[in-house]
Design a protein around this ligand. Structure first.
Ligand SMILES: [Zn+2]
Ligand SMILES: [Zn+2]
Length: 648
């Protein structure tokens, strides 16, 4: 008898050996049709691999990340086969699944491929897919594997195999095609029903620019035509919402080669937006018992040697700044934490003083390769909405809950409703990897889990994903286009208190180490605003809009009345501008719509006589006329629906 345990804990007994697909069929035929790949006892296997002993089986479908990975990995094989069929003397190198699809890097030798050839390749791939070829894994000795590729003159695969260990080398065969491969495929090629090759790019072998430049073909594939269509529509929408494009149109930020790549310049409207976000968080943080601190943009090299950041960022980041004093060196700060540790160290603390919560909108600098830079999401200088909480181990539980409340408040106020919490814990098999006592780790992990459950969060547990210095909780937020972003991190740290010898006097009169929590609900202002732009398409929640109302006059003679209306709005703390240019009202409305101004007030003869305003809402049109006071009340109601006060 073989006992197969499924993820829900149920156990299925089989008289003799079976396969993952066999298990799937025993569950239901409908389910079996959707099974894409499998893992057994944590190892990726084929759906046809014999199961000869007891163990834990996970079956993946298209809905699982692992399922998609197998699907796209298998699609990369189909792409490679199609390319070999069409261009027989090319050399294949590597072709992995990526976040959204797959690619294959090839040495074209003396062939050329351009965008216009992609449809031909797609059609060839679909023809192969329709053959419903099964994938099979075959073990090979190192010598045989080397021999196979040496004969083909494929120096890339030879190099790959040389780095593999004897006994770990496998090939994958399907139809008449063979590739070096670790395994993890869909049951047969016929599951791939829709393919789109997205682009061609150059890529150096092994990412090293001293090596030969290869040709990389990116593609994506789906089990249904409809899913491809939806994906392409989503891409189109994402292009429209690209924060780099919107940031320019809405005049929020810019970049200058003269200032330096990856160093954003905030324009007045963008700076005002940032300030509003900062003030919003500051207000909530003050209520939650945080105290603001300020630290400089640089710090002594030794500070970062103590913290360990020099070791981590030193070689690959901005290099030390020298002073006229021989041997004296400073670093641009890559993290605020060391500074905050020294703020904590500025005086002795008793357990009665804790927790201390130091918050700072601290700007940090990290050198990213220029190829890695991307708008506001990957930059070289950014401002974290940082805070560090220093508490006793017993306070961890409550502090964690408080931070979760704050993060949920932030998300709620900004329209992020769809998120999951990812709890990263120790790898139970490698306890020696972690700093801090077992007892403290148990306490911290329990505190995170308790808080997560008590707050009713949807969560996943990732064992082995904790940093060496402590467990953490990350919020994975889905935006309006269904894309996942990591926002809001809460991280326990046993390392820095040790390195900086932080202490407090306990009720036993002895010295103890406090626990440190790093947390940033936004993450960084730059990245957060980028995500917010793409999530809302620039239609921010009303309370955050740089300009909430545009007052449009029918002609210049209504200027006085417009000023009067503006006054009423300003007295009600509404941000508005008057557009009194001698342009047609149609043009003024179009421009206000383009600039995503939430409300337009149109003023002419009738409005002036009736002492009213005609209201238009962005992308919705006419809302009728009312007094400026009534409109202000309406607007403030709308603002307050989103932006509730933070209640501790
Ligand atoms: Zn493979
Ligand atoms: Zn920190």
């Amino acid at each position: 008898m073989i006992a197969i345990t499924l993820p829900d804990g149920s156990v299925k007994q089989f008289k003799s050996e079976t396969t993952p697909m066999g298990v799937a069929h025993s569950i239901s035929e409908g389910f079996a049709r959707n099974v894409i790949s499998a893992s057994f006892n944590g190892k990726t296997i084929e759906t046809s691999t014999p199961l000869t002993k007891d163990g834990e089986l996970v079956l993946y479908t298209w809905r699982d990340k692992k399922g998609k990975e197998a699907f796209w990995h298998s699609s990369a094989h189909i792409l490679a086969q199609a390319l070999e069929d069409l261009y027989p003397n090319i050399k294949l190198t590597i072709g992995p699944a990526i976040e959204n699809g797959f690619y294959y890097d090839i040495d074209l030798v003396d062939n050329t491929i351009s965008e216009k050839d992609l449809t031909t390749i797609e059609n060839k791939m679909l023809e192969i897919a329709r053959g419903k070829h099964t994938f099979s894994i075959r073990e090979s000795s190192k010598a045989d594997a080397l021999g196979y590729y040496k004969e083909q003159g494929n120096q890339y695969k030879v190099e790959l195999i040389k780095n593999l260990e004897e006994g770990t080398i496998t090939f994958c065969d399907h139809d008449n095609f063979t590739d070096l491969c670790r395994g993890g495929h869909i049951p047969h090629t016929g599951m791939v029903k829709a393919i789109k090759l997205m682009s061609i790019a150059g890529a150096y072998w092994r990412g090293d620019e001293n090596n030969k430049q290869l040709t990389r073909i990116y593609g994506v594939s789906f089990p249904k035509q409809k899913e491809l269509k939806e994906y392409l529509a989503l891409l189109e929408e994402a292009k429209k919402r690209d924060h780099r494009k919107l940031g320019k149109e809405l005049e929020l930020f810019t970049f200058s080669k003269k200032v330096g790549q990856g160093l954003p310049l905030w324009l007045p409207k963008g700076a005002a937006l940032r300030e509003r976000l900062e003030n919003f968080l500051k207000k909530a943080q003050t209520k939650a018992g945080y105290e603001m601190v300020v630290s400089p943009h640089i710090g002594h090299k030794e500070l970062y040697m103590t913290s360990g950041h020099y070791e981590k960022y030193g070689a690959d980041s901005f290099q030390p700044i020298k002073t006229p004093n021989e041997g004296e060196e400073f670093l641009l700060k890559p993290m605020n934490c060391p500074h905050h540790c020294e703020i904590y160290n500025s005086k002795p603390w008793s357990y009665k003083d804790l927790p201390k919560r130091f918050a700072e909108f601290g700007t940090v600098y990290r050198y990213e390769q220029s190829g890695e830079l991307h708008g506001l999401t990957r930059v070289r200088g950014f401002t974290q909405d940082d805070a560090h909480i220093f508490c006793t181990p017993d306070q961890l539980d409550q502090e964690f809950k408080n931070v979760i409340d704050l993060v949920l408040y932030v998300f709620g106020s900004l329209g992020f409703e769809n998120f999951t919490a990812q709890v990263s814990l120790r790898d139970p098999d490698n306890p020696e990897k972690y700093i801090g006592s077992n007892e403290n780790w148990d306490k911290a992990e329990k505190a995170i889990l308790n808080a997560t459950i008590e707050k009713g969060l949807d969560y996943v547990i990732e064992k082995g994903e904790a940093a060496f210095y402590g467990p953490k909780l990350d919020f994975m937020v889905k935006d309006a286009l269904g894309r996942s972003w990591q926002l809001g991190t809460i991280q326990v740290d046993y390392n820095l208190p040790e390195r900086f010898e932080l202490e407090y006097k306990g009720s036993d009169n002895e010295h103890h180490r406090p626990v440190m929590i790093h947390r940033a609900p936004f993450g960084s202002m730059e990245r957060f605003i980028a995500i917010l732009l793409e999530h809302t398409g620039g239609n921010f929640p009303l309370w955050l809009m740089p300009e909430q109302v545009s007052i449009l006059t029918l002609s210049e003679k209504y200027e006085k009345y417009a000023e009067k209306v503006l006054n009423v709005l300003e007295n009600n703390e509404i941000r508005a501008l008057v557009d009194n240019r001698s342009e047609t009202i149609g043009k003024k409305i179009r421009e206000a719509e383009m600039n995503k101004i939430p409300y337009m007030l149109i003023l002419g003869d009738q409005e002036e006589v009736e002492n009213s305003v005609s209201v238009r809402k962005h992308s919705q049109g006419d809302l009728g006329s009312m007094t400026a006071e009534a409109f202000s009340l309406l607007l403030n109601d709308e603002i307050n629906i989103n932006k509730k006060e933070f209640i501790v």
